[in-house]
Design a protein around this ligand. Sequence first.
Ligand code: UT7
Length: 336
Amino acid sequence: MEKRRATITAIGHYVPEKILTNLDLEKMVDTNDEWIRTRTGIRERRILEQGATSDLGAKAIEAMLARRGMDATDIELIIVATVTPDMLFPATACVIQDKIGAHRAWGFDLSAACSGFLYALAVGAQFIETGSYSKVVVVGADKMSSIIDYGDRNTCILFGDAGGAVLLEPSEDPEFGLIDHRLYCDGSGGPYLYMKGGGSLNPATHETVDKRMHYIFQDGKAVFKVAVKGMADVSAEIMQRNNLSPDDISWLVPHQANLRIVDATAERMGLDGSKVMINIDKYGNTTAATIPLCLSEWWECGKLRRGQNIVMASFGAGYTWGAILMKWSLESPVKA
Ligand code: UT7
């Protein structure tokens, strides 16, 4: 029997309206627009003023369902990749299930930081491939502004808020859909990018608040070095495993942490810059949302089309990293 393959059959995203520009940040910390643009590629990011990560995820799913003309009650499973859950428990997937009225669905959260969407996509695909379910929603959503210290110039310039969602269904044509995935983690990288407080190790106390332990800490230089290598290596690996040349790939869909990391990955893959999805300038690093946000924007304007091979690649806290190869099956809403 031919393998049942999972494919993306609907997509949507949500970004909040409020824009935080580099010039705004100049007024908050000792930084400047030129430094931020040349070191990261970021010009502005979005901030969710009211609400939580579940609102970003729920709005992304609602946009996706509206596009598809599908009812939330048809969803069977919701997997939410996030590092900024509404609360430690219940899972944000449960909050979203209730908000969108997906009464038949079960769900859970998955924590893999910037690689969260790729991890969740690979997990969701298993449920389709085994035949357990036929309608799995995978969400990447993060309200990064809720864990950013806007007095720390090392991190506050980097992150923004967003949500993205895709529907996985069995592919009608087994040539299309999620073809291969390579996922990794290395827990020894933990102390270079983490949030020390709030979990069972350092529960919230006056001291953890005073020591600013409920914010992101990042040793940017250390992470940069391994991120460049990790994302480039895994992207080259997935090409090699599937005998793909640069000509076979239409798009690299990279995690958007730093334009220099993205450029190094594209170079290693032998890909021209015109084949790389980049929206870091508009949104900064939206953690689990970056990849579905890119896919959704590129699909919406007709640049991502049925039949194209795409490589999604990420690197993030954990360390976690990985790549997924997919033959895109969803017809573009824009006619050729
Ligand atoms: O998303 C998950 C994974 N995360 C990543 O992939 C992030 C990886 N790291 C990076 O993208 C980069 O390391 C950063 C963008 C975070 C920093 O860029 P960098 O080129 O590595 O800068 P740096 O940390 O080496 O700092 C260079 C200089 C330092 O000054 P001195 O010591 O040379 O005098 C910093 O103090 O730039 C200074 N600096 C800033 N200056 C203006 C650091 N942050 C800022 C700032 N504005 N916001």
